[in-house]
Design a protein around this ligand. Sequence first.
Ligand code: AMP
Ligand code: ZN
Length: 114
Amino acid sequence: MENCLFCKINRGEIPATKVYEDDRVFAIEDINPQAPVHLLIIPKTHRATVLDIEDNDVETIGSIFSVAGTLAKERNLDRGGFRVVLNCGAGAGQSVFHIHYHLLGGRPLNWPPG
Ligand code: AMP
Ligand code: ZN
């Protein structure tokens, strides 16, 4: 999508610290980290919200969790715990309307989130 921040990052038009990439998804460091580890795992295909996920996205969405596990292990979060979060809609705190999964860890995480 022309004017989407994460599509632009995917195309290399806006710089970001990429920590993972395959043919379906990429992961970057969040620019405003809310925990010692705060990564964003992002499907390359533009989908604005969870409500826009299509049947043929299922493999891509599934692969997000495998990438999350790999990155969590790489960052030594597997013992202390971590969270994979997706905000859907402005009321839930979504500010970038291209699906992305937050991987947060490295500090105690309260439940429920605010
Ligand atoms: P959300 O509020 O769930 O839509 O999450 C959007 C996330 O994108 C926030 O955690 C922002 O800090 C992060 N973000 C915004 N702009 C950038 C950027 N240029 N590079 C990396 N992360 C960004
Ligand atoms: Zn996009």
